[in-house]
Structures are given as C-alpha cells and as structure tokens.
Design a protein around this ligand. Structure first.
Ligand SMILES: O=P([O-])(O)O[C@H]1O[C@H](COP(=O)(O)O)[C@@H](O)[C@H](O)[C@H]1O
Ligand SMILES: [Mg+2]
Length: 541
C-alpha cells in the first residue's frame, strides 16, 4: 500500500455547527480537498489508539460514496488499522453511536446533513462521534477547526475503492478494513430495551404507519417494525434510502411529512400511531389520530410513563434533561417524580456527560429529538418504540394519553417560529442588540418578567462553561420565549423564536394560545428593523 502526502491549503469556513460540519453539496464537489482537509483535521486532533476500531457510514445521500471511500483511504494513510465500514455505506446516527460503544471504537463518522435536503443541490455533512458514542464535544470541535485553519497537507493511501455490497474483510499490510452490517446490532439493542412481545400483541389490533422519508431508517424500520413486530410492509412509507431523498426534505415535521400527517388528520385514519424519522434517523415525529404530539410534550409523556418501558424498569430513574428552548413540560413531571431536571444548550453533545455520569436516564429537545441512556445520540426509532410501549400498556389512544397527561400536569402550549433567509450579519446583530433592551416594563398576561438574558451553561460534571446559547425572557412559570440562531443551516441565518405558555385548561388551540406571546416577542426583538418581513417562513406548532 503506497501512502501519498498531498499538499493542501485551509478553508476558512470549516467551523462545525450544532451537529458537525454542514455545507452545500457543491462546496464539497467543487472545492478541491474540502472533504480531505476536514477528515485529516479530525484524525490528527482526536489523539486515540490507532489500533482500536473506527466506524464509518452515512445516511445514503448523494456524495456519501465518495466521502466514505476517501475517508477509508485517509484513515489508512494515517495509520488506523481497524476500520469498520457499513454495508452499502448505510448507517444511522443512533446505530453509529451504538456500534462505537459495542465495538469499543474510538470514533465514528456519519456522513449526513441530517434533515437537510440531499442531492447535487442539497447539503452534505460530516458528523464525528467519539468513544462514548456521542457527538464530539465543543472542546474537540474547536481544536479540529483550529487545525483545519493551518492545515498544509493530508496523508492518503493509494488504494482502490472497497466493495461495500457484502460483509467481508480486506487487508492492507497490518491494517484491516471490514465491511460490517450496520443494522443487526441496533436491532438486537432494541430487542433488549423493549418488550417486543407486548408491542407485537398490541400491533395485532392496532396499526402503525412509519415514514422513513427515503432516508436511512427504511432498513431499520423493516427489520424492527415489519420483521420483528409484524407491521405490514406497506405501512412503512418511503423505505428505500435514495441519494436525493426523492427530491424531498427528509425532515419529520407536519409540513414535510405531509402525506403521513394528512392521513393522521383524516376522519377515517386507520392507524393508532403514525411516526416519521429524518435523514440520519435520529429525529422523530409522533402523531395520533387528529393529534400532533409536540416533541416537548412527547419527552414529558415518556418521562411520566417511564415504567411502561422495559429499559427504564431495571435501573433507578434518576433524572431528565432538556435543551433550553424545549418546553418546561418535562420539568413539571420531574418535579412530581422528585428527580433532577437539567437545562442544557441546544445540541445533543451537551447531554453526553450527564448520561455518562448517570445523572439522567432520558433527554430530549424541541427539534424532534428524544433518547435515553442506551446510546449517546437521539434516536428516532427508539422514540417510536417508547410510544408503542406506552400505548400497549395504557391501552388508550394517543389523544387519550395526552389528555390524561395534561389533566394531571397542565399543558405547556408551544410553538416555534422560524425566520429563514436572514443575512448572517442581521442574525448576529439581532442577538447582540437584545442585550441593550430596556426591560423594566416587560409584562405578559399581567405577569412581570422574572428573568431574561443570554443563556450560559456550566456542565456540572466537568465545569466547562459556554455562553450566548440563546436569549431567554421568562414570565415566571406561566410563559417564556427564547430567541436563537439555528446552527444547522448552510446558507445565511435562520432565526428561531420559541414560544411557551402554560395553562391548566388543556383543550385550547396551541396556535391561538401562543399568538399574543409571539406578537409580544416580535415587538421586543423589533424584527422589522432587521428583516424585510415579520412573517415566519415556517411554524411548528
Ligand atoms: O440536525 P440534527 O438532527 O443533527 O440535530 C441537530 O440540531 C438540532 C438543532 O438544530 P438548530 O441549530 O438548527 O436549531 C439540535 O437540537 C440537535 O441536538 C442537533 O443534533
Ligand atoms: Mg438528524
């Protein structure tokens, strides 16, 4: 095996966002060494035993094949001797997290831009996960970025493409590249965490519809829902991963998973539970007949019903965590259970240390992410299995489960308004100017503002500190809004406004309840000064 050293030069824009490096596909295609620079930077900085396994896969999107083959060559060039690549290159983010832990790997790459569109004109991303199975922490991504800014060369093996169709080994001197099954170990993990007999029995008289959105969860959904749990294969929509996701946006939301959502809202919907996952399989959307379950509520319901889930039956249920903009519905449950509840910045990487320290068993985010201590990533299919376990145990519909939850704990009405297409400068200016606001007379529904400011977080396990993670305005326990900039886009800036209003009357329309708070927040931000419209481009409600 020949190893070549290739001279290169830095790209200024290789700073990772909320979840890895995400750019337009064309950035990777047209800019020489763009991928290679970043992979080399990661491998130089990680400081791991090169004889331990590393895992490589992706969500099946356009450019995955090139990224995977080049990463194998660069890993070989850098002296890694145990490289494990998934069959056909297919690996979901949660399955990668599990494989890392299961094989005692030191790191894993998932090539995915998550819920962002794929194809030649879509997006490509590089997610790097570390030895605990979780996303690389900020300290590491900062170092990777710093390395990428002074890179002068990368090292690459002169080897042919590996055939990824079948599971087999390839030897290169003392190094081995193994093509492994990316699905089987994850299926075994799910079988160990849930009572499959209970769920299977429930599904003999109740139907699940699942939308894999032409993305990575198709093979996992077939193996779990169809082969193990007896779901009709026709009830798994868009189950074959396609490089361009059939031109769709692989985002599990009411607007993008439209067919499934419309089925749920139709009077004669035959399904008890409808669900979807995103490009790389870590997000989930849960819908019942005529009821969209807000992700923040989903987290609270799973916490309140954790005893219905086998995974949570054998260990003490000690704590939960949510990101700042996620509603406080789970806080109320944690309070009732007498357990800890942590508030972290947006991004799954902030949950890892809490999970490693056994401070929490369950965590989630408003952005359609939920997971437990079984891995260090959010997990779309796992969340669906949690809901199936709850429905099978309670023997009630999704809306009955929600109504009894709200009757007990009250309801946190919630919405997220997204304003896309801002310039980066305008986005940053809005957040900067919030600091200057006069807030003395700020009130909502006769309630004074009780707290406001930029959110900072000190990780209680290692005291690492991070500031400016979103601006929060609180009106006691009764209402709150948060403003932050998205960290997952690839063009311009997206401003997100998160709105939360608590009411014990749970039968109102969420959009109606949050509308006055939205007006209040938009006036506070003074969005019209920075952007041509105050109409959101998308509302998740
Ligand atoms: O894209 P994913 O599924 O990896 O999701 C990523 O981004 C989300 C926020 O996105 P934004 O910064 O745009 O609000 C985070 O909540 C999530 O932890 C992170 O993994
Ligand atoms: Mg994702």
């Amino acid at each position: 095996m020949n190893i070549n050293t290739v001279v290169t030069a830095p790209y200024a824009d290789q700073c990772p966002g909320t979840s890895g490096l995400r750019k337009k596909t064309q950035t990777f295609i047209t800019q020489a060494n763009y991928l290679e620079n970043y992979i080399q930077s990661c491998l130089c900085v990680v400081d791991v035993d090169k004889h331990q396994p590393i895992i490589i896969g992706g969500d099946g999107r356009y450019y995955n094949d090139i990224a995977i083959q080049q990463t194998i060559r660069i890993a070989l060039g850098n002296g890694f001797t145990d490289i494990r690549v998934c069959q056909r290159g297919l690996l979901s983010t949660p399955a990668c997290s599990h494989l890392i832990r299961h094989c005692q790997a030191t790191l894993g790459f998932v090539f995915s831009a998550s819920h962002n569109p794929g194809g030649e004109n879509g997006d490509v991303g590089i997610k790097l996960n570390v030895a605990n199975g979780g996303p690389a922490p900020v300290s590491l991504t900062d170092e990777i970025y710093a390395y990428s800014q002074q890179i002068s060369h990368y090292v690459i093996a002169d080897t042919a493409d590996i055939d990824l169709m079948d599971c087999q080994y390839y030897r290169f001197g003392e190094a081995r590249v193994a093509v492994i099954d990316g699905v089987g170990d994850y299926v075994k993990l799910m079988q160990s965490l849930f009572d499959f007999a209970l769920i299977r029995d429930y599904l003999t008289s109740n139907r699940l519809q699942f939308d894999a959105m032409h993305a990575i969860t198709g093979p996992y959904a077939k193996a779990i829902f169809v082969d193990c749990l007896g779901v009709d294969a026709n009830d798994i929509l868009n189950a074959t991963p396609l490089p361009d996701f059939a031109g769709q946006h692989p985002d599990p939301s009411p607007t993008t998973a439209k067919t499934l959502y419309n089925t749920a809202m139709s009077p004669d919907c035959p399904f008890s539970l409808l669900a979807a996952s995103d490009g790389d399989g870590d997000r989930n959307m849960i819908v019942g007949h005529k009821l969209f379950v807000n992700p923040s509520d989903s987290l609270a319901v799973i916490a309140a019903n954790h005893t219905a889930i086998k995974q949570f039956q054998s260990l003490p249920f000690v704590g939960v965590a949510r990101s700042l903009p996620t509603s406080r519905a789970v806080d109320v449950v944690a309070n009732a259970l007498g357990i800890d509840c942590y508030e972290t910045p947006t991004g799954w990487k902030f949950f890892g240390n809490l999970l490693d320290a056994n401070r929490i068993n369950l965590c989630g985010e408003e952005s359609f992410g939920t997971s437990g201590h079984h891995i260090r990533e959010k997990d779309g299919i796992w969340a669906v299995l949690c809901w199936l376990s709850i429905l099978a145990t309670q023997k009630q519909s999704v809306s009955a489960v929600m109504q009894s939850h709200w009757a007990r704990f009250g309801r946190h009405y919630y919405a997220r308004y997204d304003f896309e297409g801002l310039s980066v400068q305008a986005g940053e200016q809005i957040l900067a100017d919030l600091t200057q606001k006069d807030t003395k007379s700020l009130q909502f529904n006769q309630q004074d503002c009780t707290e406001l400011g930029h959110f900072s977080y000190t990780d209680p396990t290692n005291q690492s500190h991070i500031s400016h993670q979103g601006y929060q305005v609180k009106f006691g326990e009764s209402a709150r809004f948060v403003v932050r900039l998205s960290g997952t886009g690839t063009v311009g800036a997206t401003l997100r406004l998160y709105l939360e209003v608590f009411d014990s009357d749970f039968m109102q329309q969420p959009d109606v309840v949050v509308a006055p708070l939205a007006q209040h927040a938009l006036a506070f931000i003074d969005l019209a000064r920075y952007h041509h419209t105050t109409q959101p481009t998308a509302i998740v409600c």
